[in-house]
Design a protein around this ligand. Sequence first.
Ligand SMILES: CC/C=C\C/C=C\C/C=C\C/C=C/C(=O)SCCNC(=O)CCNC(=O)[C@H](O)C(C)(C)COP(=O)(O)OP(=O)(O)OC[C@H]1O[C@@H](n2cnc3c(N)ncnc32)[C@H](O)[C@@H]1OP(=O)(O)O
Length: 303
Amino acid sequence: MALASGVRFAPRALLRPWALLRGTTLGRTEPAAGGGGDGARRFGSQRVLVEPDAASGVAVMKLRNPPVNALSLELLTELVISLEKLENDKTFRGIILTSDCPRVFCAGLDLTEICGRNPAHCAEYWKAMQELWLRMYLSSLVLVAAINGACPAGGCIIALSCDCRVLADNPKYRIGLNETLLGIIAPFWLKDTYVNTIGHRASEQALQLGSLFPPAEALQVGLVDQVVPEDQVQSTALSEMARWLAVPDHARQLTKNMMRKATADRLLRQRDADTQNFVSFVCRDSIQKSLQAYLEKLRQRKG
Ligand SMILES: CC/C=C\C/C=C\C/C=C\C/C=C/C(=O)SCCNC(=O)CCNC(=O)[C@H](O)C(C)(C)COP(=O)(O)OP(=O)(O)OC[C@H]1O[C@@H](n2cnc3c(N)ncnc32)[C@H](O)[C@@H]1OP(=O)(O)O
């Protein structure tokens, strides 16, 4: 990902993303409802809808992996590819990331990807999670999260990777890293991202307690930048975007890189070890049992 200055952000480490997309519709371009010209054409994939506005240089990227936008391997892969596509298109300077699923921004890791799966699958899955975080955290584009639903754990990771967060004012839309309540542990790079956002003491407390913050508290602790009525989330995200885009790209990009590079480099240096830790941790019998019990609880809660 080369900047205008020639500085490179994240190395293109990933994956074989295309191999995962058999049977999906990524790359399809279609006119948006009521749309006409180029700026109104949308593209995307099965699970990520992209509505680009060439005139403003801003694309709205919608997660649509119902019912709760759980981060399946396919969703992670499609997000990386959509992000890359926008980054490689000089028309675009910013992305507003939001959810197409009612009441949920993103439910975090898709627990079915790590429950009852073999170590190779868990490793592939975790590498895709690392890749998305690296790409988002170091993106040269401005990323604004328009958080229009619940945002636990991995959902919060996605939001924290953005430059700015706008949360809808609904007490059900809680945000935070609740991993400990599932009996799992946030990896160091996620902890670092939390600390970078809300500071050490607040992170220490929130991580250990697995706190999920309702909007007013999320604002107070600095986890989000604005809390607004639900019907103003998109317009506020657009206003925020305008504020960020008022800054010359090269200066903003280099500053972002300066602020975030050390955190990303730490993962890049230990990526394999982090994957091994993850796999050996989640494949333990005791962890599998608690994840299974958590999933079961979620499924029963429904009825
Ligand atoms: C050294 C390091 C070592 C190890 C590191 C270890 C781990 C890595 C750590 C951290 C990274 C991140 C971790 C995670 O993200 S774990 C996932 C955490 N997510 C949650 O706790 C959220 C769970 N979901 C909910 O609370 C609710 O679903 C939600 C508030 C999002 C929406 O509520 P709603 O009432 O609208 O929907 P539900 O009826 O609850 O759910 C519908 C449907 O979806 C299924 N579901 C929900 N969440 C998940 C999920 N995360 N994965 C898979 N499936 C999920 C739910 O079971 C229902 O299914 P069904 O009954 O079959 O319709």
